[in-house]
Ligand binder design. Structure first.
Ligand SMILES: [Zn+2]
Length: 105
């Protein structure tokens, strides 16, 4: 599931807001202070958004066999992969999309 986020530089934004608020507060400009907060709120809301989905980290677990021939399984979705050469080449699980960068346990 994805949702949208706004990539903003929070440090720059806070610096701008603090400077403006301090100046207005020192000058006793309550109405302008509220206007400033309104402008900054609009500025945040007008920043572009990106679709965001949490990254699932996983690794390949090796199963030596039994009834089924030896294979690897994704630690996130348990999807089997029988191409042993391929598990080291997949950066993402072909079944669930998990990023295969987790240390095997
Ligand atoms: Zn998977």
């Amino acid at each position: 599931m994805t949702h949208q986020i706004r990539p903003i530089d929070g440090n720059d934004l806070l610096k701008d807001v603090n400077c403006r608020i301090n100046d207005l507060f020192a000058a006793g400009e309550d109405a302008k202070l509220l206007q400033c907060l309104d402008e900054e709120t609009r500025r945040i809301k007008s920043a572009p958004t990106l679709d965001y989905a949490p990254v699932v980290h996983a690794h390949w677990d090796y199963y030596s066999g039994g009834i089924i021939r030896p294979h690897f399984r994704c630690s996130a979705c348990s999807s089997p992969r029988y191409e042993h050469y391929a598990v080291n080449e997949f950066k993402y699980c072909p079944s669930c999309g998990a990023r295969m960068d987790e240390e095997a346990r």
